[in-house]
Design a protein around this ligand. Sequence first.
Ligand code: ZN
Length: 150
Amino acid sequence: MTVDLSRLVKPMVWEKHPSANIWRCNVPHGEYKVFAIGGFSWDYDSATSLDDHTSKAVESVECAIAAANADHAARVLASLDTALIEELVGAAETLLRYIPDGVVECRGDKCREPWCASCFGWDYADAHMEKVYADRDLTRATLAKLKGGA
Ligand SMILES: [Zn+2]
């Protein structure tokens, strides 16, 4: 399983200075700045530690923003129990294996499965499977988002 944990981090929202080529982004743990003044660089200042300061030169504004985004994501993810997220994804993938493929007919064995047309009739069993398919598709779509596939 390969969960793209960076997808758990909200995108940074940058604001450009009205007249200078400086972009700022405040996040809960500090402030990022991107400079395009005589070269390109990005800065980080921690909100909680004066010793936690980063300043790096890069090749372009896009590189500076990408590096700042990566630094922010790394800081956020360092405070999360990512193993628990991996376990949750694994549990959802395991549950998907047990979803019935479609309506069945036990022909009098009284299986009492809600997707059995013999026990509950075709209308009920079909309606049940429509709900199952919708929930399955929603779960698959969410997993694809976490794994970078959507
Ligand atoms: Zn049945």
